[in-house]
Design a protein around this ligand. Structure first.
Ligand SMILES: [Zn+2]
Ligand SMILES: [Zn+2]
Ligand SMILES: [Zn+2]
Length: 103
């Protein structure tokens, strides 16, 4: 097998995974394709999947700042593997928002 063929086989193998994804916003569940790398770590930032029901982008979800109460969208890079680990700053007041997972 040439290097090129090998890389192609690698790609095919890595691209066929399906995981059940629960929308962070509305809870709708459907299957998304993830690569093996994404399954083991976080979702690729260029991923453009959106919830078929509420259009919330995969890997993101609305949260509410615990200090000022403003709502904003936070990245949940591990949500597809049922982990709610996330962190970010409130765009309104700058307070740190962190969601610590239990896994
Ligand atoms: Zn949704
Ligand atoms: Zn976790
Ligand atoms: Zn805030």
């Amino acid at each position: 097998m040439t290097v090129r063929e090998n890389a192609k086989a690698e790609l095919t193998r890595a691209s066929g995974m399906k995981v059940d994804y629960d929308c962070v916003k509305c809870g709708h569940r459907w299957a998304i394709d993830v690569t093996e790398t994404e399954f083991r770590s976080s979702l690729d930032p260029s991923r453009v999947y959106a919830c078929p029901k509420c259009a919330q982008r995969v890997g993101t979800g609305p949260v509410r700042c615990m200090r000022c109460g403003d709502g904003f969208v936070l990245e949940f890079p591990y949500w597809h593997v049922h982990c709610d680990r996330a962190g970010g700053n409130c765009p309104a007041c700058g307070a740190r928002y962190a969601s610590l997972c239990i896994c």
